[in-house]
Design a protein around this ligand. Structure first.
Ligand code: SAH
Length: 351
């Protein structure tokens, strides 16, 4: 199989070109053609000799996704279903905010984590995506809409920490000032709580935001929602979060999807506040993102009322914990949190 040319960061591309007997300065030209000019064919790289273009064509895949389906929400959110390699599909979402455009990328085909409330759980895991395949989700959307993407969240299908090296590489490619130039702080990586990778993320001094899908302060409840909690219970997760905060002095965003009668009572808010106070300490580095849970097909979790969510938020705020309610975008096209499931006829049939 040909290597994906979009999977190389600039430094790797220089090495790669050296290895095929080419001058490293060509790497910068190619990098710019790919990520600044956003060309779809090697042929369009006009300052590169015909011979080299041919060599690239023969040895590398330029990886252009086909848009299989595109759904536009009333609020402007767009959900894309891409055919990525003739067989597999991924879903990606474009959202418009006051500050610009944000893309929610998928990092795996399917997901192994098995969270009970998430639509991605119903589909079989196939494989992790390569850096080029994650970068291409953003490129394809920029090409389709003509908009420049300024923020990226790794919150689509898959567990980023289960595809760790490729995610770190993707961040480096997107961050490179000679390409997309997306600020590392404008990227967020969300994890269900794969503890060893949280330590590693801290040690690599990644400047991107870490988001933790917490959803409950209680091990029993959390394990019933998220099997990963059985391997890495809340105490261990909090220890890793504390390490991250002390090592990086960066804020962690705790995701908390509220479900009626399940994790949305004032007692839950109280326990959550105590958990942060007792195990983390650094409350200035805690941000809680409250999300009304999205009910999935045949799902057991009903959405909390906005009143309960506001009470939950007010309680946390009164205890010195910053908590905000996340505005839901794209729910009418099943593009909101937890609704992605690479829908198409082939996978529907296979299920
Ligand atoms: N695997 C990673 C990233 C993908 S999920 C993680 O678990 O963090 C992105 C976010 O959507 C997570 O916070 C996840 O818990 C949340 N989510 C999943 N299903 C949801 C649902 N039905 N309603 C609200 N949020 C959901």
């Amino acid at each position: 199989m040909k290597k994906n040319i979009k999977s190389f960061d600039l430094e790797d591309l220089k090495e790669e070109l050296k290895s095929i007997g080419e001058k490293p300065f060509r790497a910068e030209q190619i990098f710019k053609w790919l990520f600044v000019e956003k060309v779809k064919e090697f042929e369009e790289m006009t300052n590169i000799s015909k011979e080299l273009r041919q060599k690239l064509e023969e040895n590398y895949d330029i990886c252009n996704f086909q848009i299989e389906r595109k759904l536009v929400s009333k609020d402007g959110t767009i959900k894309y279903l891409f055919n990525i390699d003739g067989i597999n599909n991924v879903e990606t979402v474009l959202m418009k905010y006051k500050y610009g455009y944000s893309v929610c990328v998928s990092c795996q085909i399917g997901c192994k984590m098995g969270c009970k409330f998430c639509a991605s759980t119903g589909i079989p895991f196939v494989r992790s995506l390569t850096p080029g395949e994650i970068v291409e989700q953003i490129l394809a959307i920029e090409q389709d809409t003509g908009n420049r993407v300024s923020n990226v969240v790794f919150m689509g299908i898959g567990e980023p920490m289960d595809n760790f090296e490729n995610i770190m590489k993707t961040i480096a490619i997107l961050n490179n000032p000679k390409g997309f130039a997306i600020g590392a702080r404008h990227m967020s990586v969300s994890t269900s709580g794969v503890v060893p990778r949280i330590y590693e993320f801290a040690d690599r001094n990644a400047q991107s935001t870490l988001a933790i899908s917490l959803h409950s302060p209680n091990n029993e409840t959390r394990s019933s929602m998220m099997p990963v909690n059985k391997a890495y219970p809340i105490e261990e997760l909090m220890k890793a979060c504390k390490y991250y905060m002390e090592k990086t002095n960066r804020r962690i965003s705790f995701e908390y999807a509220l479900s009626k009668g399940y994790n949305d009572s004032i007692e839950d808010a109280e326990k959550l506040s105590q958990l942060f106070h007792k195990t983390l300490g650094h409350l200035n580095l805690v941000h809680v993102n409250l999300i009304p849970i999205n009910k999935i097909e045949n799902g057991a979790y009903d959405q909390s009322s906005i009143e309960s969510i506001m009470k939950f938020r007010d309680y946390l705020n009164s205890k010195g914990i910053t908590a905000t309610i996340r505005r839901e975008l794209g729910s009418d096209i099943e593009a909101a949190c937890g609704q992605l499931r690479r829908k198409n006829l082939k996978t529907e049939e296979a299920n």
